[in-house]
Design a protein around this ligand. Structure first.
Ligand code: PLP
Length: 362
């Protein structure tokens, strides 16, 4: 019996999710966001699964664009942070990667760069209110004019902004960001892109020319109390392990590090071979649901590096060797994230090298 914790990646779910995003966002086109190793699902694996259907990929950094080109992908690839240093520009030109331009320093590097073969495609990134990356709205017209005058660039300049709160479907912040973006870009040519996954779900008026969806590709939602499945998406990852012990522990005895959970009666306590050393969140509190076979039970006590402990009073049939599911189809990762005080993206991104990844066509 293998003790290995396994992350199964469902390629069919990825394809289903991309098709659903396309249908929801049409006529907007879709950038499939595969940054952070495709939200922990594996960059090359996800890109291979989506290659024939994805018109465009988006990554955070040049290195991921390089990996996609090395794997043979030929579609458009947008680097959402653009060049990090002057030498990146020639490399982006060589690899035909689109560069987001968000800072004065990058304009300087572009102006100094010797035009290479092929024109670099750029997206002017606008800070419409998130205050992370982007030019202030009042600078946009001037920056646009400077980019338009640069000889080494493709004449079509994209216009890009990012929402800070789009999962709040009736929120003022997103409304204000949409307005500021419209004002800052009035009269400028070029394709526009504002929406992340939550905006595709809740802000149809912001779909513009391109949407940039990460979470929904993987079936993940960041909308309060909703899983991706609630919107018709399928989870692309199942994390599972095995039950390796069942012990009877007496009433009043405490379980695990620091004894944070005390048995209210004599009871069976299961031990499963997964822990924060695999990426299962240490912050998951007692009461977090776990599946043993098909039965929902609760985590009790602290998550340790290699092991978790389970209240098996509701699963009298459980036996050593049973499959234990930490998240997946019948146990949304969004639920686990809520119990751990984080979001689903954080959990799928957090798988460690100890986890065995396998692929499943379904
Ligand atoms: C990560 C990211 C996205 C994708 O966000 P999701 O919520 O995963 O859809 C889109 N745009 C930018 C700039 C990002 O950094």
């Amino acid at each position: 019996m293998s003790r290995t914790t396994t992350a199964t990646i469902h390629l069919g779910a990825l394809r289903h999710n991309l098709a659903r995003i396309k249908a929801m966002a049409a006529p907007a086109r879709v950038m499939a966001v595969v940054k952070a190793d495709a939200y922990g699902h594996g960059l090359e694996r996800v890109a291979r699964a989506l290659d024939s259907e994805a018109e465009c990929f988006a990554v955070a950094a040049l290195g991921d664009g390089l990996r996609l080109r090395a794997a043979g992908h030929r579609q458009r690839i947008v680097v959402l942070s653009g060049p990090d240093q002057p030498g990146d520009i020639a490399e982006m030109q060589r690899l035909q990667l689109d560069a987001a331009i968000h800072h004065e320093a990058q304009l300087h590097w572009l102006a100094e760069a010797r035009p290479g073969r092929g024109r670099l495609r750029v997206w002017l990134k606008i800070d419409s209110g998130m205050h992370r990356l982007g030019f202030a709205p009042e600078c946009v017209a001037g920056v646009h004019a400077r980019l338009a005058a640069m000889p080494g660039l493709d004449p079509e300049i994209g216009l890009l902004s990012h929402f800070s709160d789009s999962e709040v479907f009736d929120g003022e912040q997103t409304r204000a960001q949409i307005e500021r973006f419209a004002e800052a870009t009035r009269g400028l040519d070029g394709p526009r892109s504002l929406s992340n996954s939550a905006a595709v779900l809740g802000w149809p008026q912001a779909r513009a020319d391109w949407v940039r969806t990460g979470g929904l590709l993987y079936g993940l939602s960041v909308v309060d109390d909703k899983s991706g499945a609630d919107f018709g998406f399928r989870p692309a990852m199942t994390l599972a392990t095995r039950l390796i012990a069942i012990n009877r522990i007496g009433q009043g005895e405490s379980i695990g590090y620091n004894g944070t959970w005390t048995c209210p009666e004599d009871m069976p306590v299961g031990v499963a071979a997964v822990g924060y050393g695999d990426g299962y969140p240490r912050s998951a509190a007692s009461g977090t649901p776990v599946l043993v076979g098909d039965t929902r039970v609760l985590l009790i006590g602290r998550v340790s590096m290699d092991l978790i402990t389970l209240d098996l009073r509701g699963a009298p049939q459980a036996k050593v060797g049973d499959r234990v599911t930490l998240w997946g189809d019948r146990l949304p990762v969004e639920t686990i994230a809520r119990h751990a005080g984080t979001i689903s993206y954080d959990l799928t991104c957090g798988m460690t090298r100890r986890v065995l990844f396998v692929e499943d066509e379904a």
